[in-house]
Design a protein around this ligand. Sequence first.
Ligand code: PLP
Length: 354
Amino acid sequence: MGYPRLIVDTKKIFNNVKTLVKMSNRNGIDIAGVTKGFCANTDIVSSYVKGGVKYLADSRISNLKKLKAFDLPKMLLRLPMISEAEDVVKYSDISLNSEVDTIKSISKAAIKLNKEHEIIFMVDLGDLREGYINEDDLYEAIEKTKDLKGIVILGLGVNFTCYGGVIPNKRLVEKLVNISKEIEDRFNLKLQIISGGNSSSIYMLNNKDDIKGITNLRLGEALICGTESAYGRRIEGTYNDAFTLEVEIIEIKEKPSVPTEEIGRDAFGKVPMFIDRGIRKRILCAIGKQDVDFDTIYPFDKDLIVLGGSSDHLILDGSDSKIDYKIGDIISFNIHYVSILRLMTSEYIEKVII
Ligand SMILES: *Cc1c(COP(=O)(O)O)cnc(C)c1O
């Protein structure tokens, strides 16, 4: 088998899922396991299912297509494109929505395929990505869609800490729950799901009262990285090393830490900046920005410094390391969400799933 290599320990992911499902169930909340961080790899999805998630959720239909064999409801996370309405009905049971025109096209597809499709209306509580920011617009949309054939209004959802970085809190949760009650009263509907957010809502599970009324969370990062995303803290009882990256050394040379010639732009068109540490032992590895995000890889050898690199090269500073690295040696990294996503997506990376 070749390098670079990504090793995935599904037992650790299973443990993380079990821990978070338990934490959530205690608060009357079930989990939609978000699979987009690892391209919905089915071996990894199996540990989600064994760990007790109630739904499988992804932002892309092409990922949901891989999950047909799993007997759990599938949730489409990104607002559907009208052009994919038929596939939305075919490959997902539930989708998150905020546009009447789109819901109408889903209704048409549902009628054609003789299926029912459930929708969750998205509310924007300040993060400024998707959802209704004006309550009256939301009520008007429900009025226009509640009687559409093939469409079932399942509930209400909100997303935090994605575009605007807004952290959820008790007041915002109450606002969502109050809107759901208003909808139930006005339209004589029973909402089955109040989907209160993602891995940034986890800190609220410590206080039952903060998250009262929420029945569902959609979790990706927390399950695969063992971190919550409001404050970037580790979650007790989870692993943060289910994914490990291994790369091979292709050059080791003593070089200055700052270029000695005139500096223009780097391979990505940016003017680079350097810290002058003098002459240093530089270790060149065979992996690049095409495959990984250099800001979210952390060498297990804490004395190595990630300097940067280009599309196909990673440069480390090895001067402070106690290890006498040789050409052909392998260096291992702990990695976080963005790098997991890139590595799983890159066809140049060998995946080893254990
Ligand atoms: C990606 C995504 C999630 C999962 O977010 P995490 O921070 O990884 O838990 C939840 N909901 C929506 C709508 C998403 O797009």
